[in-house]
Design a protein around this ligand. Structure first.
Ligand code: PLP
Length: 306
């Protein structure tokens, strides 16, 4: 493999030299914000398409506002550096892109002061969860973070201790994933992914004021469902027991992509098979992200000048 670079504080640095101090504020207190972006390899086009990159960096700028951070670059500059980085690392397979903005000063004490650093690295990434078999999930007994604690609307590094507890205990209990409840007992989202139900041909997803990260894939699914399949999409509170009587369910996210769920808390979802609406949303999603659908090509940033 050719040298892999990290974009760090304005330079492209070989990965082995991209290091931070053990005293870094973000390491001590979890004071980083990040994005997870995918680049999809299209074998026919010999091209990597980075999916909805601008929206990811716009969300990062919003996370920064919440966390008293001053982004060192504009959204456009972040996109440009990312394209240059991926080009330098020259992947020819699906790739994960991880930008992080973090409190980079070496100071003791959690106050959100001091300089904001920015880095981006890339790594090969296949499927984050099995998207073919239908997931068996549970409702976690860990509650989701609250907007007035560590706001899920911001993608904050430290908040992923909550995610880590949720997914680890679900896996140890023999499930593939977990859904979390808010403090008032409504469904929020999966450990690192948003959630959709299908009831009577309509899509239902958690409303954005119910302690979720407002996902870019959630929006992609909504637009596809409405525009391509003429389906109604309803954003509202979801009760736990609705999980047990719905026709279909799936997760969505940059990592999760579109992941069908076939069992929740040991109860089959619908007839226990991957549902037809979920399947057609998943199929079209993969066409779109690989740059195969003209109408949505504006979401796909090509990397190589073929
Ligand atoms: C907690 C959480 N919710 C939802 C999502 C989905 O967001 P997106 O579709 O923007 O990747 C993610 C990230 O993938 C996440 O970490």
């Amino acid at each position: 493999m050719t040298t892999q670079y990290v974009f760090m504080d304005g330079e492209f640095v070989p990965e082995e030299n991209a290091k931070i101090s053990v005293k870094t504020h973000a390491f001590l207190y979890g004071t980083s914000i990040f994005e997870g972006i995918r680049g999809y390899w299209n074998e026919d086009h010999k091209q990597i398409y980075v999916f909805r990159m601008r929206e990811h960096f716009e969300r990062m700028h919003n996370s920064a506002k919440i966390m008293h951070m001053k982004p060192p670059y504009s959204v456009k500059e972040m996109c440009d550096f990312t394209v240059e980085l991926v080009k330098k690392n020259a992947p020819q397979s699906d790739t994960y892109i991880r930008p992080t903005m973090y409190k980079g000063e070496c100071t003791i004490g959690p106050k959100l002061l001091g300089k904001d650093s920015f880095l981006v690295f890339t790594a090969p990434l296949g499927n984050y969860v099995d998207i073919t078999k239908g997931l068996s999930i549970c409702v976690s007994n860990w509650r989701r973070l609250d907007d007035n604690a560590i706001p899920p609307r911001a993608k904050v590094g430290g908040a992923y201790a909550n995610t880590a507890l949720i997914i680890t205990d679900a896996l140890k209990a023999g499930f593939d994933e977990a859904l979390t409840l808010s403090h008032d007992g409504h469904i929020t989202e999966g450990s690192a992914m948003n959630f959709y139900l299908v009831q009577n041909g309509k899509l239902i997803t958690t409303k954005i004021t119910d302690n979720i990260l407002v996902g870019i894939t959630r929006d992609t699914v909504k637009q596809m469902a409405e525009q391509e399949f003429g389906l109604e999409v309803i954003e509202r509170e979801i009760d736990r027991t609705e999980l047990y009587i719905s026709d279909e369910a799936f997760f969505c996210g940059t990592g999760a992509q579109v992941s069908p769920i076939t069992s929740i808390d040991h109860r089959p979802v619908g007839n226990g098979q991957i549902g037809p609406i979920t399947q057609k949303i998943q199929d079209l999603y993969f066409e779109i992200v690989r740059g195969k659908v003209e109408k949505y090509k504006h979401w796909c940033t090509p990397i190589y000048d073929n």
